[in-house]
Design a protein around this ligand. Structure first.
Ligand SMILES: [Zn+2]
Ligand SMILES: [Zn+2]
Length: 132
């Protein structure tokens, strides 16, 4: 599992607000890059992949359609980073919950794709549910 995309501390000069949470996106990663990373992670859980992969694609397409005024992704360079990594991963987290994915797997997802550094958003929710 590559963690290179997830390292914090990347700073941008340009100011761009996430349309979902209104926070400045300081480490823009596009839905394609994050989606691909999540797909790779799903390889570890073939049954979950079967269930989640089509929904993940739908979610990625939905974000793609809303990617207006997006900023350049730090990984692929495309002007596609519309949502902040936090909001994107929160969307996936909700998707996993909605599909009643095993809580150990949800916990694994949160360990690898944890963009909620402050533990005030979905990590708090996950903690409350005993998932993290
Ligand atoms: Zn956001
Ligand atoms: Zn990208």
């Amino acid at each position: 599992m590559t963690k290179q995309f997830l390292s914090p501390g990347f700073e941008r000069d340009a100011f761009y607000e996430c349309p979902s949470c209104s926070e400045a996106i300081t480490n823009p990663l596009c839905h394609n890059c994050l989606g691909n990373e999540i797909m790779k992670w799903l390889e570890f859980y073939p049954n979950v992949k079967k269930k989640i992969a089509p929904k993940l694609k739908t979610f990625v397409n939905q974000v793609n359609n809303e990617a207006v005024g997006a900023v350049n992704c730090v990984a692929c360079g495309n002007k596609k980073a519309a949502l902040c990594p936090y909001c994107f991963s929160e969307g996936i987290f909700k998707l996993l919950l909605k599909n009643k994915i095993d809580k150990n797997i949800v916990g694994d997802f949160l360990t690898i794709f944890n963009f909620d550094a402050e533990h005030q958003g979905y990590i708090k929710e996950a903690e409350d549910k005993g998932l993290y």
